[in-house]
Design a binder for this molecule. Structure first.
Ligand code: T4K
Length: 392
């Protein structure tokens, strides 16, 4: 099942929860949250980490913390949770297309959007690129275009904890970045998020914003919100961080098993492309995403239903693009051809500790046979009894 959480060392969590209850400090920037922030800061090598209750609120607090107003340049090829908090922060999305290979914001399109001036276009107040699938964006080109326009950059790194770009951990780019530690992420605190930055003043401001704007008792200089992470979530997060290398190794093994299976098959007839790691990056492979290059009007949808019949649960992240969702289809967005194509072709496959490496090989085989079935118009016979031991 795509998105199924990785294993958790329950005994270790229970020990932390016992100590938490003994201390009777359950939330409001308690010792476990501060320890979690320090642990993230040392892994990412960033000066400041502000833990919050989820990635969506990290984007909201980050955007408000940066004082962004007007339009925000953002991809449509992402989760709705990237765009919604920006709208709640009072920004207007200006959707921009992505690069067909990296699946992330195309720097040339960002530059074009930044220079776009018109009667109905407000000033651009922020750029929010997404390190989609945990693969780093072309940060140099994007940061350069934004800084030349005097516009801050807040990276959505919800998928990219543990990723690097040119040897530098994601979390250090732009004015700030955000992580999500949701249960479906490879590194999880069940619900959780963080803002990372090397800007001390911004970090202080975000710490106030996440806690109702408090600067002290009876002192609220800025209008804040409650976006705090509880001690309980930090207890789970700290316990999962102890399994950082183990889970990342499992992700890598599954990814390499898929890659080997698809590479050997593609030598004859490329019908599938694993979303590659580009931009001098490394990825934690929390997501395994394939692009189905089959000659079919809706290859991802057709293959998904075939795999479903084989008891393999996949996800069509992120179809349709956000600009096509009801909440956003009123935005006057120009054509986004790459986003539209990726939305028809991409499928997220199970990975991580929810499956074995042998399962990954079996699923890859099912994907390749499925592509043959949807392309050669052979009437598709859905085999009711799962062919392989229920790879849920
Ligand atoms: N930016 C980006 C680029 C993001 O992808 C996200 C979140 C955010 C920002 C916002 O971060 P958060 O505010 O969420 O921290 C999931 C997650 O809810 C969401 O966190 C995530 N992205 C998004 C990509 O996926 P769904 O709708 O796919 O979740 P759901 O419940 O369908 O779960 C996926 C699969 O995992 C299902 O097959 C069931 C399985 N599952 C799920 C959960 C939660 C389990 O087996 N156990 C579980 O506890 O949204």
């Amino acid at each position: 099942m795509t998105g199924a959480p990785n294993g958790i060392d329950r005994e270790a969590v229970y020990r932390r929860l016992d100590a938490m209850f003994d201390r009777n400090r359950l939330t409001n920037n308690g010792p476990l949250v501060r320890e979690f922030e320090e642990a993230i800061a040392s892994i990412v090598g960033v000066d400041h980490v502000v833990a919050v209750s989820n990635g969506t609120l990290a984007l909201l607090v980050g955007a408000v913390g940066l004082g962004a107003t007007g339009d925000v340049i953002v991809p449509s090829w992402t989760f709705a949770g990237t765009v919604q908090p920006l709208v709640w922060a009072g920004l207007r999305p200006r959707f921009v297309d992505v690069d067909p290979l990296t699946h992330s914001l195309d720097p040339a399109s960002v530059r074009a959007a930044l220079s776009q001036r018109g009667a109905d276009t407000a000033e651009v107040g922020l750029v929010v690129p997404v390190h989609l699938w945990g693969r780093p964006c072309d940060v140099e080109a994007i940061d350069r275009a934004a800084s030349e326009a005097g516009v801050p950059v807040l990276y959505d790194a919800a998928h990219a904890f543990g990723a690097t770009h040119s040897g530098t951990p994601v979390g250090n780019f732009g004015q700030a970045e955000i992580f999500s530690f949701h249960a479906t992420k490879w590194m999880s605190s069940i619900e959780g998020g963080a803002i990372t930055t090397n800007d001390a003043a911004l970090a202080d401001h975000c710490r106030r914003l996440r806690n109702f704007g408090f600067a002290g008792e009876g002192d609220i200089p800025v209008s804040g919100i409650n976006a705090k992470m509880s001690e309980m979530h930090a207890a789970v997060g700290l316990t999962q961080l102890e399994r950082f290398d183990t889970i990342r190794a499992a992700n890598r093994e599954r990814y390499e098993a898929y890659a080997a299976a698809f590479d050997s098959a593609s030598s004859t007839r490329p019908s599938v492309r694993l979303a590659p790691v580009t931009n001098a990056g490394s990825s934690p492979h929390g997501y395994v995403v394939v692009e189905i290059l089959a000659d079919h009007p809706e290859p991802a949808r057709a293959l998904q239903s075939l795999l479903d019949a084989e008891n393999v649960r996949t996800r069509r992240y992120f179809a349709p693009g956000v600009h096509r969702l009801g909440a956003f289809d009123s935005t006057d967005t120009g054509p986004l051809p790459v986003t539209e194509t990726l939305a028809q072709r991409c499928l997220s496959l199970p990975t991580g500790e929810a499956i074995t490496t042998e399962d990954a090989v079996t699923i890859a085989g099912l994907v390749l046979r499925g592509i043959e079935r949807i392309t050669d118009d052979t009437p598709i016979h859905i085999d009711a009894t799962p062919a392989v031991g229920s790879i849920a």
